[in-house]
Write a protein that binds this ligand. Structure first.
Ligand SMILES: NC(=O)c1ccc[n+]([C@@H]2O[C@H](COP(=O)([O-])OP(=O)(O)OC[C@H]3O[C@@H](n4cnc5c(N)ncnc54)[C@H](OP(=O)(O)O)[C@@H]3O)[C@@H](O)[C@H]2O)c1
Length: 310
């Protein structure tokens, strides 16, 4: 088992290739509060990269767990994200994130989604976390090109040490490049063996954008795939370890979420797969979104597959 490596971003900074997905495991106020406990076990298990977002409401818990761990701030890589209803208020939203953490910088700030949303509640998303996913309308501006310019300003202030995007495709990245002065350091997208996104990965590699895989395990459907299970037996590890090792072999950062101490340790103790086994996992690709799926109206956060460029 190899120690999980770090990868160098286009800013020259290193990012640990496995981070802890720090969305709450249950999207309720109690789930948010509870998360501090398992963030602390992750710090103790050796995680030095945490992925959160304003939308997840766990920025305070990441900051509190870090302080409780006694680990110096500069030893940890922290990512957070601008929510799509704050695109008119980027500086305010970013300051609020820093206050939530109790930090004076973040290592990576991502535009969470490419569109702008408006809630009836205005700047504050609805208190009910489920409503956050439904009670909005999509508006035309700011466009993601305009929002990216705001992120570029934050980067020049030094408080967002790297900036990037999330849920971008080749189509939306091409559109971003029409005005971008800074190449995103990262594009965070859903990626797992059933959604290998090889073309997007190649495109990002050529542009110097590091891909981070969210929902990287592909959850139960991928974990129980017979090819994954057979490889787990071959390497004497668990199916999840095979899937995460596949990401590492492809030069992709993965941010698995686990609230369980044993599984947290498992997810940062990974085998090295042979090139042949990497290829057999990639061959499972079926272009299937397991988490960021379109709803019955053919939309996700108000955008169609065509708008996303899927
Ligand atoms: N940018 C975006 O739009 C976006 C969207 C979605 C997610 N994300 C990010 O990606 C992170 C992870 O995504 P995700 O939670 O959807 O998917 P995931 O990490 O692939 O799956 C998490 C689930 O897998 C279980 N699990 C983790 N390790 C396991 C293991 N070794 N064996 C068995 N089960 C295991 C966890 O349960 P236990 O807790 O019980 O271990 C949890 O139910 C999020 O926390 C968030 O940071 C970003």
């Amino acid at each position: 088992m190899a120690a999980t490596p770090s990868i160098t971003l286009n800013t020259g900074t290193k990012i640990p290739a496995i981070g802890l997905g720090a969305a709450p495991s249950v999207f309720t106020p109690e789930g948010v509060v509870q998360s501090e406990k398992w963030f602390l076990t992750a710090f103790k298990a050796g995680y030095r990269h945490f992925d959160t977002a304003s939308f997840y409401r766990t920025e305070p818990q990441v900051g509190a767990a870090l302080r409780a761990s006694g680990i110096p701030r500069e030893e940890v890589f922290v990512t957070t994200k601008l929510p799509p209803h704050h695109t008119k208020h980027v500086a305010r939203s970013f300051d609020e994130s820093l206050r939530n953490f109790g930090f004076n910088y973040v290592d990576l700030y991502l535009m969470h989604l490419p569109m702008t949303l408006e809630y009836p509640t205005g700047y504050n998303a609805p208190a009910d976390l489920q409503e956050m996913f439904t009670a909005f309308k999509v508006v035309e501006t700011p466009t993601f090109n305009q929002t990216w310019a705001e992120l570029e300003s934050l980067h020049s202030s030094g408080r967002a040490r790297a900036i990037g995007v999330s849920n971008f495709s080749i189509k939306t990245l091409e559109q971003l490049f029409k005005s971008a002065k800074i190449v995103p350091a990262v594009n965070q997208v859903e990626m797992h063996p059933y959604l290998a996104q090889t073309e997007l990965l190649e495109y990002c590699r050529k542009k110097g954008i590091l891909v981070t895989a969210y929902s990287p395990t592909g959850k139960e459907p991928v974990r129980s795939d017979p090819t994954i299970v057979a490889l787990a037996e071959k390497y004497k590890v668990t199916p999840t370890q095979i899937i995460l090792a596949w990401h590492l072999a492809r030069g992709v950062v993965a941010i698995p979420q686990s609230s369980n101490e044993g599984r947290q340790k498992e997810n940062i103790t990974l085998p090295t797969l042979s090139a042949e086994d990497v290829a057999s996992v990639t061959a499972l690709d079926r272009n299937e979104r397991i988490v960021s799926k379109l709803g019955p109206d053919g939309k996700l956060f108000g955008w169609t597959a065509e708008q996303y460029g899927w």
